[in-house]
Design a protein around this ligand. Structure first.
Ligand SMILES: O=c1[nH]c(=O)c2[nH]c(=O)[nH]c2[nH]1
Length: 307
């Protein structure tokens, strides 16, 4: 044989598993990206195509999701140890398992007012923002006379682990979506808001405070809205800002609907009680709209991605 097989490994990469643990109405999230790589007696499959030693990569994916239910996710390390031990000890031909895990950190959306039935002391029990992801953006335009200031943010990832439904939609012969009465609502907020300040340089808005307040109102509205659609949540987020910040007249959102699908664990004899989700990255719904102070002209471009 003129060639020989060198190092090899296989498995399912990037299994996006989200586990919600419900402690009464306080929820906890574990959000992992788990990649499995197995190696062992795999000469035959490469040389002759015999799959006799091959545990399918699809099975390694199922194992990740089933283990999230069966063993929980105490820590990424503990979860990885369980998985690696399982593959090596249950499959004779597999001698080595490498589990790589990225963990995405979430923090609770803090609120101050305590003004809603969904709000605890100072944290919402089921609303989270991904740590350290967002970027603040601004665009300043001046023609020698007038200013236009548009500010905003992108990649602010938020999640409600309950208080979201989606049903009553149009159904045609291609509709397969099941109505949802308790789903995860997650999005990466991209928002741009326009200030009505145009010329009086003695009376500029306080940009820092305004940004901080707009962001806060947006997050509170996200957390406090019992959502029947992402469109409804979007409108609530926008109108909360317009109603609380007189210096802002217009806000435009681009909100991907980051789908979380409940994993079917029945084939493994496990019940999935809204605990283990597959976080899909694409395709995603994309919900976009402008919210305006009544009577003002919209000026933020429909396609604001370059803004
Ligand atoms: O909040 C939603 N809005 C939609 O328009 C939509 N469409 C869909 O399939 N799921 C959802 N969710």
């Amino acid at each position: 044989m003129p060639t020989i097989l060198g190092q090899n490994q296989y498995g399912k990469a990037e299994n996006r598993v989200v586990k919600i643990t419900r402690d009464g109405d306080t929820h906890h999230i574990k959000d992992l990206n788990v990649s499995v790589a197995l190696s062992g007696d795999m000469d035959d499959v490469h040389y002759s195509g015999s799959n006799a030693n091959v545990l399918p990569t699809d099975t390694t994916k199922n194992t990740v999701f089933a283990f999230a239910k069966e063993h929980g996710i105490e820590s990424a390390e503990q979860f990885g140890i369980h998985l690696a031990r399982h593959f090596v000890s249950s499959q004779e031909p597999i001698h080595r398992a490498r589990i790589r895990i990225e963990e995405y950190a979430w923090e609770r959306i803090a609120t101050s007012e305590g003004n809603s039935k969904f709000i605890g002391a100072d944290e919402v029990k089921h609303s989270f923002a991904r740590k350290g992801m967002e970027t603040r953006v601004s665009q300043i335009t001046y023609d020698g006379e007038n200013w236009e200031v548009i500010s905003g943010l992108k990649d602010l990832t938020v999640m409600n682990s309950t208080n979201s439904e989606f049903w009553g939609y149009v159904k045609d012969k291609y509709t397969t979506l099941k109505e949802a009465y308790d789903r995860i609502l997650a999005t990466d907020v991209s928002a741009r808001w326009r200030y009505n300040w145009t010329s009086d340089e003695q009376h500029m808005p306080n940009w820092e405070k305004s940004y901080e307040q707009a962001r806060k109102h947006m997050l509170h509205a996200f957390a406090e809205t019992y959502s029947l659609s992402l469109q409804q949540t979007l409108y609530q987020m926008g109108s909360r800002i317009i109603n609380s910040r007189s210096e802002i007249d217009e806000i435009r959102f681009s909100l991907p609907n980051n789908h979380h699908f409940l994993v079917d664990l029945e084939p493994f004899g496990l019940k999935n009680d809204n605990e283990v989700y597959f976080a899909a990255d694409r395709p995603y719904g994309l919900i976009e709209a402008t919210v305006l102070r009544d009577g003002v002209e919209p000026k933020i471009p429909v396609d604001m991605t370059n803004l």
